[in-house]
Design a protein around this ligand. Structure first.
Ligand code: SF4
Length: 332
């Protein structure tokens, strides 16, 4: 899509969503706070985005980071990396969040629209495969304002919307023609774990509607000649200890709702951290992951991104945002 079209869509979305600045309903928490006056709702973030870090990420799915690096520690020389911006604060805040230093503790610093646009352009200059916006839902307005500036200055990377899935469908509809690749989580189907672990009993109701609209907008995963995604929707699911039944229910819903070739990223990288309740204070057992992986394979998800060997010793996908380099990509 030409930049001028995208700029027009961004401007229209900003106009449509402007009322959220003073009466925030950007996500299902529906806080209705005036963020312009520095008031904060559940996500804990005011009018300006807070960024923890912006970097080339080599641990995302191969179609996002580059070839061959999903679940391995080595970074192939040819991998461009995903141009990732980690936003602080979160509208979901799972008790077991591996990014708790930024989602709960809100580490990072406030950035203005100009500075955020500059980060986007620097990532492009560094050769990033895309712009990967991590936890964008609660800072959508500053993101759109910065994206408009960046587009006006030559920014042209595919935009990846890397969301926890707790989104309003009305907001996702506004992103049509702006987002190129949707990367939503689908965490739970049952209200009980959604309420206990994420304080959102209605998680599945909201995520289900949002993900369905993402697929309407971006039904096919399209890659360029380097094998990097330029359009599409990839659903992520993290298998939790003791929650295999709900993982299987997530897969059933995805397979029944969408054609079976829907792209799925099935994650095994769970580690107990932060406020994980007692039943989650252990690692995922290989047999638990294998059971879900078997189901994913038999359901025909394609492509299926899997992490079959991430149970022991691999720490590079568990970041420490207090370090200058939060991830350990290369052998030390
Ligand atoms: S974005 Fe933040 S303030 Fe707005 S409704 Fe969601 S949690 Fe509340």
């Amino acid at each position: 899509m030409p930049a001028t079209d995208k700029i027009r869509r961004v401007e229209r979305a900003l106009a449509d969503l402007a009322s959220n600045e003073a009466d925030c309903r950007l996500c299902p928490r529906d806080c209705r706070v005036d963020r312009r006056r520095g008031l904060t709702g559940y996500c804990g973030i005011g009018a300006r985005a807070v960024v923890s870090t912006a970097l080339l990420h080599f641990g995302e799915e191969p179609v996002l980071s580059g070839t061959g690096n999903c679940g391995t520690k080595e970074t192939p020389a040819e991998a461009p990396g995903s141009g990732t911006v980690f936003f602080s604060g979160c509208n979901l805040r799972c008790l077991f969040c591996q990014n708790y230093q930024i989602s709960w503790q809100r580490g990072g610093r406030e950035v203005g629209d100009e500075e955020l646009a500059g980060m986007m352009l620097v990532l492009q200059e560094q050769g990033a495969a895309n712009l990967n916006l991590v936890s964008p839902s609660h800072v959508l307005l500053p993101i759109l304002r910065a994206l408009r500036l960046a587009l006006q200055r030559g920014f042209s990377l595919p935009v990846v919307y890397n969301t926890n899935g707790y989104d309003n469908i009305e907001i996702i509809e506004r992103l049509n023609g702006i987002v190129d690749v949707y990367l939503p989580d689908c965490k739970y189907t049952r209200p009980e774990p959604a309420a206990r672990y994420s304080g959102a009993a209605d998680y599945f109701d909201k995520a289900r509607a949002a993900i369905q609209d993402m697929f309407v907008q971006k039904p096919d995963l399209i890659c360029n000649d380097r094998g990097l995604a330029v359009s599409g929707t990839i659903v992520r699911h993290l298998v939790l200890p003791g929650q295999v039944a709900d993982s299987l229910a997530v897969l059933d819903w995805l397979a029944e709702t969408f054609r079976p070739t829907i792209p799925l990223s099935l994650m095994s990288q769970y580690r107990p951290c932060w406020k994980a309740p007692v039943e989650l204070r252990r690692g995922l057992r290989p047999e638990e992951y294998r059971m879900v992986l078997l189901k994913a394979k038999s359901s025909g998800f394609d492509p299926l991104f899997a992490q079959p060997n991430l149970f022991e010793a691999e720490d590079h996908l568990n970041p420490d945002f207090e370090r200058d380099e939060p991830f350990r990509w290369k052998p030390s």
